[in-house]
Design a protein around this ligand. Structure first.
Ligand code: ADP
Ligand code: ADP
Length: 219
């Protein structure tokens, strides 16, 4: 599903962030991405959402070659991917419902189908009763769950998360990461960047450590 072959990434005028990096993540597999701050975890995820382009090498995702993907085909590609951010990037002046619905409105869909999907996504993250509320009335953990509902409402094949528990206490972090594991168990390919070693140990899933531009498998 995700295949990095000798991928190198550097930003203009800077040293390489990723160097000849290789990674294979199969369909329905899950991995945690660890590594020190500044190692390039966000960069790796940005390559996968095509927010950044690879400098050299091959990156294939769900049969799509991201190195040669035409600009006009990027939106269609992105609809196959769901992304969760540390700061969840919710729109604070919109309801929980509107935040989740936005992904589908952009994708174009009937009102009835949209309503069905939004409800299902909110139910999946346990927020079915909060759809009318505004994000600022929710706890940090609940806000992050809205972020997850928004990322999965279009049933993506691949779910990516960049430090999704960065602002949460251990108990809430466990809840959120268990949710990702649940999506993976239902067939979604999941890649989660985290520097939370306690969670990594607890989760017991495949772990990839990024340092000096390269990935190392951790037992
Ligand atoms: P991590 O997510 O592991 O903390 P990042 O991918 O955010 O690491 O950053 C890796 C390196 O790339 C850092 O040295 C960072 O300063 C640099 N970097 C990240 N984004 C950019 C950018 N848009 N332009 C230039 N340098 C960047
Ligand atoms: P129900 O039929 O579940 O009791 P209502 O009849 O109160 O719900 O629904 C009225 C409006 O509220 C509808 O537009 C519906 O889309 C919305 N709604 C109700 N519950 C939810 C929910 N959990 N998530 C999103 N929208 C909801």
């Amino acid at each position: 599903m995700i295949e990095f072959i000798n991928v190198t990434k550097h930003y203009p005028g800077r040293r390489h962030v990723l160097r000849e990096l290789n990674l294979q993540l199969g369909k329905g597999e899950m991995a945690l991405l660890t590594g020190p701050s500044g190692a390039g975890k966000s960069t790796l995820l940005k390559l996968l959402t095509r927010l950044e382009a690879v400098s050299h090498g091959t990156l294939r995702v769900a049969g799509v070659d991201l190195a040669t993907l035409r600009r006009r085909h990027i939106p269609a590609y992105r609809r196959r991917v769901g992304v969760v951010f540390q700061d969840h990037k919710l729109l604070m002046d919109r309801t929980v419902y509107a935040n989740v619905a936005l992904t589908l409105q952009v994708a174009g869909m009937s009102a009835r189908q949209l309503d069905h999907r939004v409800r299902a996504a909110l139910d999946k993250v346990g927020l079915g009763d909060h759809w009318r509320e505004f994000p600022e009335t929710l706890s940090g953990g609940e806000q992050q769950r809205v972020g997850i509902a928004r990322a999965i409402v279009h049933t993506p094949e691949i779910l990516l998360a960049d430090e999704p528990t960065g602002n949460l206490d251990p108990e809430l972090s466990s809840e959120i990461l268990d949710m990702f594991r649940d999506f993976y168990r239902h067939g979604t390919t999941v890649l989660v960047a985290t520097h939370d070693q306690g969670q990594v140990d607890r989760m017991g899933v495949r772990t990839l450590h990024l340092a000096h531009g390269q990935l190392q498998e951790k037992a």
